[in-house]
Design a protein. Sequence first.
Length: 284
Amino acid sequence: MAGAYSVRVAVAQMTSINDLAANFATCSRLVKEAASTGAKLLCFPENFSYVGDKDADNIKIAEPLDGPIMQGYRSLARESSMWLSLGGFQEKGSDDAHLCNTHVLLDDAGNIRSTYRKIHLFDVDIPGARSYKESSFTKAGKDIVEIDSPVGRVDPTVCYDLRFPELYQQLRFQHEAQVLLVPSAFSKVTSQAHWEILLRAHAIESQCYVIAAAQAGKHNDKTESYGDSLIIDPWGTVVGRLPDRLSTGIAIADIDFSLIDSVRAKMPIAEHRKPIDFWKSASL
């Protein structure tokens, strides 16, 4: 039950494929389901609108933010009167060989309120799995952003960003984040080992809610995602999770602002942490 000082959010889990219309239909259904619960924000996973069979397919369908694909999702936000977290979207890049992996936040009137372009690109050879070279077709972002919303101060990231704690420290202590968004398409091998652990660690270390929307299951013959969308509170407790980590659906939870205040007051790490300059001059 949501309290007087709380607001409901939802996190989606889905298996996107190489069909824009099919993925939009799935997202539309999940938006209606989330709206019926009273959620003020629904978070979709990375590549929510499309997962290509080849990297070149993603470049081919990439569009600017004022293109018809994003216009459709803006209509969903407006019709449902709900904020949407859409990350990452295949935004057309500055040249024909690259796109931007862009996390778009829409308000309840369908306006684009912020855009975050993924900073850390996934160039990794996973033992026992496939090799990834995201930088071969994606231009890295350079800026971090925050936005004040009905669910608090929200800070967007994308997938592989999760492995870089300094980003989340910046979001918490320099940008005063309350809710961290981590839409992802984590691989099966790495998620089994690290997905929940990293998310809960960031929630604890930042004393923020973490909403992590995940792709789930087989997208094609080459690509499979782990799933397990999560909502985690500032004490590191999982408060929202689908019963099946591979199913398509939503989980809901309430952002309790009094809990954020309480955790930060009882464990005042913002007051106790050392500035960056301290570590530069500290003896090792």
